[in-house]
Design a binder for this molecule. Sequence first.
Ligand SMILES: Nc1ncnc2c1ncn2[C@@H]1O[C@H](COP(=O)(O)OP(=O)(O)OP(=O)(O)O)[C@@H](O)[C@H]1O
Ligand SMILES: [Mg+2]
Ligand SMILES: [Zn+2]
Length: 151
Amino acid sequence: MKEFKVTPIRNGTVIDHINVGMALKVLKIIGVGGNVNSTVSVLMHVPSKKAGWKDIVKIEDRELDPKELDKIALISPNATINIIRDYNVAEKFVVEVPNIIKGIMKCANPGCITNQNEPVETEFVVESKKPITLRCVYCDRVTTEVADNVR
Ligand SMILES: Nc1ncnc2c1ncn2[C@@H]1O[C@H](COP(=O)(O)OP(=O)(O)OP(=O)(O)O)[C@@H](O)[C@H]1O
Ligand SMILES: [Mg+2]
Ligand SMILES: [Zn+2]
């Protein structure tokens, strides 16, 4: 028998295996603030069968767009996306860090042209996916601290 710590959802998305501590960032990425009109469950610090601890976010009647998936991959490269249809997992995939990150992150270098009110979209080359290492194509600043710069 399946055991649930929260109400099962009929249709929607379960974002599982979120790096522990990142659930609130995931909520911000997918635009869940104070006002929602569907059920959202957030589980923090859940024991993971794989190893250690994880967070989980369950959203009813929502699927995620590619930009949201890229942002989640940046803060939580092992997150799995489960599409729920009629109470069952209809699709499951692991998020994927893209090779080029465009527009979804700000550069940590205050002197970077992308931080000067110029109409320049940020762009990073992914030098390593594990651990995640990005290089700004404009100022060459290398960063591994992505969580605070995803927007
Ligand atoms: N109807 C549902 N409502 C809410 N959550 C669900 C529903 N169905 C599945 N889930 C959740 O979705 C996630 C994936 O479900 P699944 O049955 O594939 O588990 P699993 O075999 O442990 O998957 P994985 O190998 O990815 O960890 C789990 O966290 C599960 O609790
Ligand atoms: Mg599991
Ligand atoms: Zn830069």
